[in-house]
Every structure is written in C-alpha cells, then in structure tokens.
Design a binder for this molecule. Structure first.
Ligand code: MTE
Ligand code: MO
Length: 360
C-alpha cells in the first residue's frame, strides 16, 4: 500500500503523494481510519528522526526556547481532540464545468477527513515563551521543499495569534491513537481545527511569533481567493483574499453517478462549517432543486467535527439529479451554483453538490 493507504484511494498525484478516499469509503465512520484519510502534499515526504527532532520557538517572545519531543510530552498537559481537516481545494472538480483550472487537481468531496488527534495545546506552549504584545501571528515552518513556487520553497504558513491561543490548536504526535505516520507529519504536526487544512502544518520544525502573517508562498500567494479574471500565473504576495475558517459545505457519500434499483434509497453524506459556526440544517432534492426534503442531521462529536446526515428518498424509474445543500448556525445557506464561486485556483467550491442517480 502506497504510504499505508488503501488501494481504492483516488490518487491525483504519486509524487508528491496526493490522494482522497472514494466518497463511499469516507462515510464508513465519523472518525476516518488513517488508511482512508486524505493526503495533501506539496513536496516530498520528509523522514524525521523523532529523537533528533527539535522545535525552536522564537521571534517576538521574551523567552525563546527549543523543545524536543520528550519536552513537549513531559512539560505540557496532553490533550485529545476530534477534529475534521478540510483542504481549501475540496470539491474543486465541481468548478471545472465552469472553466479550466490549469495545474490544480480535480479533488472531489474527499479532500476532507476527521481524526482523533493527541498532543499539547499550542496555547500552553506559547504561555511558556512569554509572547510579546507586538506579536499578532504564529508562523509555522516545515522542511518539505516544494517545486510549485517559481523558486522552490519549503512549506509554511501562519495563523492569527488569537486562534493560536484558543485552546483547540494542537501540536500533535498521535493520530487515531497511533504515532503520526510520516505522510501525516511525523513526528509532530500542527492541527488547526476549523481552519483550512493548509494551516495544519506537518513536520513542523520552527514556530516564529511575528507582527505580520507568514511570507511563505503557501500563505502569501497560494491558498488565496483571486478574483475570477485574475491570471494565477501573475499572482504575487498579498493578491486575493487570504483563507482561514472553512466555509459551510456539504456533500454525498456517493460517487457523481450511481445506478440503483427503483424504490426507497438512503442518501447520506457530511456537512461542515469551520470555526464558530455549526451546521443547522441539511436538505436534499431529487428533482434538481425544485422541491426539498430535510435530512436527519447527526450531532457533531464536538464543535470541531463534521456532521453526518441521511435521508430516505423514493426513486422512480429514470434519471434524477440529486442535490444537497446546508445552512449554518448564522442562517447562511450555501451558494447554489459553481459559476458564483469559481476562482482561478479553484478553492472553496461550496456550491450545492449535485449527483446523477439512475433508478431501474
Ligand atoms: N509541511 C506541510 N504541511 C502541510 C502540507 C504540506 O504540503 N506540507 N499540506 C497542507 C494542506 S494544503 C493540507 S489540506 C493538509 C493535509 O493534511 P494531510 O495530508 O494529513 O491530510 O496538510 C497541510 N500541511
Ligand atoms: Mo489543502
């Protein structure tokens, strides 16, 4: 198995390894088994000796320190938290019908997964270094060098200080009660629940407190929402909107086309909204959105996890366009059409997901 992943993963790229579970596999459990969990990489997977690994924490701090794994594990309280990760490129494939997105993979609904993470609170670690009042952003550095920027660059990103201090952000060494696998960031990764996956930096090797966000390519130039007419090749630092919280979205645990017998059929899937929003309602339509039925929506495990939903519908003989849409706790509804959300790098396609079901 490539990188300990199931053979039925949909592999977008082998090197660097980028793969998502088949939607039916994604729905097997609310905690995604590590063999099914999606993988998103921008460079080669580093192999890091956990004993030699060191984490300097410096920049705008009163007491810079260097922590080893044994320090992290012995000096701070251990925390275990269920949290869903979601790539900003989740569901990008739905934008390809509007216009091409050269150089970006057609991720389906599986660029998201949920796991149980164990580590320490970044807030506790930061309390020990005396963060200075000028500090506004926590910058993470990693050793994996990506060929995607014009000048190859190692991966990095940042989160605002207030998010870093919020208690749910972890420096994690375990995923689903096992030591992190190399592909998921061993020995230690950042887990930023509620934010786009890009901020959950794997193989973290330095934490830097700064007044401004990271200048790394993956913070300053990529993972930003460019206006529709913008040439992404000309994008530079600061162009477009920086992404942080995950936008409200929903999808099916079914492929884009399905054949089923005539009769009652169970539709199921997930819905998720990042940070301080929850999913309040999920509706499905079996007639392209002309009429809607509310689904059974499961409670999340905690405020950082996705929610599963299901609905039994009766399908007559023929082809049906089946649609799902969700509302969040602010009363916001997902946008209906991919045309409205299309952007040159293909991020945040949270338009209503549509699949075709043929009943015979
Ligand atoms: N060092 C490093 N961290 C990284 C990445 C990367 O390429 N390098 N990819 C990011 C992106 S875009 C996502 S969506 C998540 C994916 O985490 P996973 O591969 O464990 O699913 O990791 C993030 N952290
Ligand atoms: Mo991502």
């Amino acid at each position: 198995m490539e990188w300990s992943k199931r053979l039925d993963q949909i592999v977008h790229e082998h090197d660097p390894f980028n793969a998502e579970p088949d939607p039916r596999q994604l729905g097997v459990d609310r905690v995604t088994d590590t063999t099914r969990f999606y993988s998103r990489n921008h460079g080669p997977i580093p192999t890091i000796d956990p004993v030699g690994w060191e984490l300097p924490i410096d920049g705008l701090v009163g007491q810079p320190i260097v922590l080893r794994l044994s320090d992290l594990q012995s000096r701070f309280e251990h925390v275990t938290i269920d949290a869903t990760l979601q790539c900003a490129g989740n569901l990008r494939s739905g934008l390809f019908s509007v216009a091409e997105i050269p150089g970006e993979a057609p991720w389906g609904a599986g660029a998201t997964s949920s796991a149980v993470w164990t580590g320490v609170r970044l807030a506790d670690v930061l309390a020990s270094v005396e963060v200075l009042p000028e500090a506004r952003h926590v910058v993470f550095e990693a050793p994996d060098v990506s060929q995607i920027p014009d000048e190859p660059q190692s991966y990095g990103s940042s989160i605002p200080l207030h998010k870093a201090l919020s208690g749910e952000v972890l420096l994690a060494w375990e995923m689903n009660n096992e030591p992190l696998l190399p592909i998921h960031g061993a020995p230690v990764r950042v887990v930023v629940p509620g934010f786009i996956g890009a901020r959950s930096v794997k193989w973290v090797t330095r934490i830097h407190l700064e007044a401004e966000p990271s200048t790394n390519y993956f913070q300053a130039t990529a993972y930003r929402l460019l206006p529709p007419g913008f040439d992404p090749k000309k994008a530079g630092p600061g162009d477009g909107l920086s992404l942080a919280s995950v936008a409200l979205n929903s999808a099916f645990f079914l492929p884009d086309t399905v054949d089923v017998p005539v009769g009652t059929f169970r539709l199921d899937g997930y819905a998720y909204a990042g940070d301080d929003r929850a999913v309040s309602r999920v509706d499905v339509s079996i007639d392209s959105g002309a009429t809607w039925t509310s689904t059974q929506l499961e409670e999340p495990t905690n405020e950082w996890t996705w929610q599963f939903w299901h609905a039994d519908v009766y399908l007559t003989a023929g082809t049906h366009e089946v649609v799902v849409r969700a509302w969040d706790s602010t009363g916001a509804l997902q946008p209906s059409d991919p045309e409205d959300v299309w952007n040159p790098k293909g991020y945040v396609n949270n338009s209503w997901k549509r699949i075709i079901i043929t009943a015979r």
